[in-house]
Design a binder for this molecule. Structure first.
Ligand code: PLP
Length: 390
């Protein structure tokens, strides 16, 4: 509802928080509602059975096409973090192994790497950046060697809009032993991405952001050579069969072996609809809107942009010396404009270096318009002019 009587644009919400979660398209909502209604009318298992081809086939084929991956190498999860945690903690590393991360690594991934380090004794090293914030690729090329077991690069971080050059990094790493992991949570659906061009062995992402799927969906591409070296953990009943009192047999050696069998049917159906929309050719059209957003924020008096790197996309973070991020966010929200207050500790390595504890994050997708950015710009100036009147 419009508060303070001030609408977004024509009474509509201005959603500048796709980096949190995108607005779900009609087709996604319809697919999910139809699924839940069918469950209520027929029963959950019966609904699952009736949607067997979609749930066991179509959604995987779509995801594989969107990622440029073989279908047997993709798996579905209920979040990007679950996808990451299905793979990375199972790496059999030792004290002689080095793991490279970048300053843009997501905090959840770091926590899992820290616990891997504590269990295995591996060393975690942070790839340096150039003064403008870009990753130092020359350093990477000069220092990569076969004692690096894993290199993790976040394509676009959650806290700012830098687009890291994942294909170029893939080319640097290709001759070496390391596995290459790309966190595509903020980039999938936003910028073109193809695992065969990136050359990674792991790519994880969430369905709810720039793909516009529902919450509770995530996915991974896991190359066969990476799956082959993971410590065995657990195989659920969709991929394994207990065939004697003491043994089980794995019936499916695809990446789906990393999934759990139980999931929310409506969420998978919704993700399938979102992937179908993505495939139909709507994405990647936010360049001019992003430039307008960036310029609008940069031109607002008293604002500090948090925008490292030469190549930027979709996400602009900023802060004001006197007005806290939550106040700016709340005041914009009262004008029906969604932005988000980020905390530095979600992208801790970069943000700590920059001294950022909190900031405002505005993010755009192809459904945002120049008119919306105009409305946002005017509102932001009003909020800044009003000062911190908590
Ligand atoms: C870059 C990045 N990686 C990983 C994640 C974790 O995704 P999820 O919340 O689906 O686990 C996020 C969430 O915002 C993110 O921005």
């Amino acid at each position: 509802m419009a508060q303070n009587g001030v609408p977004g644009v024509g009474g509509r919400l201005v959603h500048l928080n796709t980096a949190g979660a995108g607005l779900m398209p009609e087709t996604v909502r319809e697919a999910m509602i139809a699924c839940v209604e069918r469950e209520a009318a027929l029963g959950c298992y019966e609904t699952e059975e009736s949607l067997d081809d979609l749930l066991q086939g179509e959604v995987y084929r779509r995801l594989a096409r969107v990622l440029g991956a073989p279908v047997e190498d993709v798996a579905l999860f209920d979040s990007a973090t679950r996808a990451w945690c299905a793979v990375v903690p199972r790496l059999r590393l030792g004290a002689s192994d080095r793991v490279w991360v970048t300053p843009y690594e997501y905090a959840g991934n770091l926590i899992s790497l820290f616990s891997l380090r504590d269990r295995t004794g591996c060393r975690i090293e942070v790839v340096p950046t150039l003064p403008g914030g870009d990753l130092d690729l020359e350093w990477m090329a000069a220092n990569i060697s076969d004692d690096v077991a894993l290199v993790s690069v976040t394509h676009i971080p959650s806290g700012c809009g830098i687009v890291n050059p994942v294909e170029e990094i893939g080319r640097i790493l290709a001759p070496y032993r390391c596995f290459y992991a790309v966190d595509a949570c903020q980039s999938i659906g936003q910028v073109p991405l193809d695992v065969s061009r990136v050359g990674c062995q792991l790519l994880t992402g969430a369905g709810r952001k720039f793909i516009r799927g529902p919450r509770g969906t995530g996915f991974a591409y896991v190359a066969p050579e990476l799956r082959a070296v993971l410590a065995t953990d657990f195989h659920d009943l969709h991929v394994a069969h207990v065939d004697s009192p003491t043994r089980y047999r794995i019936t499916d050696t695809s990446a789906r072996g990393l999934e759990l069998a139980e999931r929310t049917t409506a969420a998978v159906a919704g993700l399938n609809a979102a992937l179908a929309l993505h495939e139909s050719g709507t994405p990647f059209g936010h360049g001019d809107v992003f430039q307008a957003l960036y310029a609008t924020v940069a031109d607002t008096p008293g604002i500090e942009l948090i925008a490292p790197g030469e190549v930027q996309s979709g996400i602009v973070s900023f802060r004001h010396a006197e007005i806290p991020a939550d106040v700016i966010r709340r005041r914009l929200g009262e004008r029906r404009i969604n932005v988000w207050k980020i905390t530095g500790n979600h992208t801790p390595l970069y943000m700590a270096r920059r001294g950022v504890e909190t900031a405002v994050r505005a993010s755009v997708h192809y459904y945002n318009t120049l008119e919306e950015i105009d409305v946002f710009g005017t509102a932001l100036r009003e909020v800044i002019d009003a000062g911190d009147d908590r």
